[in-house]
Design a protein around this ligand. Sequence first.
Ligand code: SF4
Length: 695
Amino acid sequence: PAALTADPQGVATHCPYCALQCGMWIRSTEHGVEISGRDFPTNRGQLCRKGWTAGELLDSAERLRIPLVRDSREEALRPATWDDALDRIADAFTGLQRAYGNDAVAIFGGGGLTNETAYLLGKFARVALKTRMIDYNGRFCMSAAATAMRKAFGLDRGLPFPLDDIAGTDLLILAGVNTAETMPVLVRHLDELRASGGRIVVIDPRRTPTAALADVVVQPVPGTDVALAYGLLFGAIRAGLTDGEFIAERTVGFADVRATAMGYWPERVELLTGVSVAQLDELIHELALARTTILLTGRGVEQQVHGSAAVLAYINLMLALGRIGRPYCGYGSVTGQGNGQGGREHGQKADQLPGYRRIDDPEARAHVAQVWGIAPGDLPGPGVDAVTLLTDPDTDVHGMLVIGSNPVVSAPNAQLAEKRLRSLDFLAVVDIVLSETAELADVVLPTTQWAEETGTMTNLEGRVLLRQKALDPPAGVLTDIEILHQLARRLGHASGFPTDSRQVFDELRQASRGGVADYSGIDYERIAAENGIFWPCSEPAGIGSPRLFLAGFATPDGRARFVDVAADLDADCPDAAFPFYLTTGRLMDHYQSGAQTRRIASLRRASPEPFAEVHTATARSLGISDGERVRIVTRQGSVILPARLTTTIREDTIFVPFHWGGSGRANTVTTNAVDSTCGMPAFKLTAARVEAVRE
Ligand code: SF4
């Protein structure tokens, strides 16, 4: 592909993968695409090996370059013209909506799409299709933390402070965060913290590579974070560490939480969590030594049936210590997907409209309807969450458009999701490769990759950044927003769906004006000039709002809320038949469902296949040796994987990475139980048994 700049370093852009959105240069040479690290606040020129190799997929033989269609489910996908493929989608959706109503057609989006695509997708669903049925895979990542932060602070932004604050805090607590593998460049900030004398605590049932950087590591029983957080609050109260002035002046609701915490004395917490009284003392000692503290949660804490409660319990602890809303202090959630933050702000979620507004808020509906040129009454109401959309046969959905997501691999209880997708009358998929989900589709549309289109992303700090187009796409491949334009036109909307990303962003700015995530003061030029702009930003000057909550929280009275949560047991508890905790997670070499990274040779070589991590003592008791095939059996089904023996995991816990489909698909066996407050699936806790496979 031809490069689009004369700058010898190439085009300034960002990595296609995780929410750190490292800055990179990309240029085209006679040897192919070259990528180098660019000085940007999140990465200071560093990239991880996923970033270094991101260019390989651009000219991969495996990428899709032409639409595919099939005439019946018995036939194979075959090449087609764009007109044929787009007409088939429009005709099928129109027919299904005529037969079954507007909600017969659903949209399933992704947290890696640009802000422009996420925005236009929400508008496409509600204006062109007039359906309530839209949700996205970010539901699997951020919904628990987002719900908790909105309850406690009135606003949800992954990190309400810049990433650089991490290096300046006295104590960093990482709960269920394995950044050394999932976001390796973030380790730079941890190294700076350690160099300046700061300390690190890691809370995780596995002693991950991140734990190697920590001063204190505790490995609780999976799913016991609420009890652990209450136990720490008990210890903090007893040690006199709570900040009475902060609690009185800046919060509401401490009395109830304090009363609940007093029921979590150390011996009880040891019984519930497996964290010993001595370790609890050690953690309280760390809190006592520190003047400033940042506590971050990741999917380890959040992907539980009580994920939002666990986040709230940790927020309660930080509020009681008065370590929120001050520099180098705070609670944050480490977003996973590249645009996990922006992806949830512009209307791709079943319950939200652009500006991170609630779809059931009459004022929000009136504002967005006016921007979209429709009557508020014509704006559909809230739809259903991602897991319901993907697995529940009782919804009215008969057709679906999946874009930027591979739920056949990534959905919980994926057998159920796959069965549901196969049962649809019509499935269309927009993707860059023939993913496991695309293989099931009636129509597959190829789309451009990250380096071939201009658009904005919002990283884990709430920093809106610009991914510039660096290369021309293969001839005939359209961008996501060009595809939405073409489909909208066929559905009778000749205008309202621009193909120019800047035009879409300008409309997004208007739609977000006055909302929680206000982008109205942000434009492409200022993003490029300022190394990104933090939302909310309503003024066309400055860098937006890097640190939130310094003067007050985003609640009506400006005070944070303590929320008295319960430490209920998980839905899928181990028992005699399924005695182990199965937990899933990520590896350094792969990203999400692996649709991209499994197609990059060096990453595939480094991590070629899934495995089941089993403690050596557990393996000995079950007669399993290293590398031997084991069957993981749960109430959902079974999967056979090679065992990888280790002493770094709890003896009662099994870990499986989730980046593969087919026979190695971890989500074949995960529960589809969700956190009822937000729809977050409980990927981190499924009751399981393990057997050697000897036939
Ligand atoms: Fe890309 Fe994340 Fe690696 Fe940075 S840390 S290079 S954003 S995958």
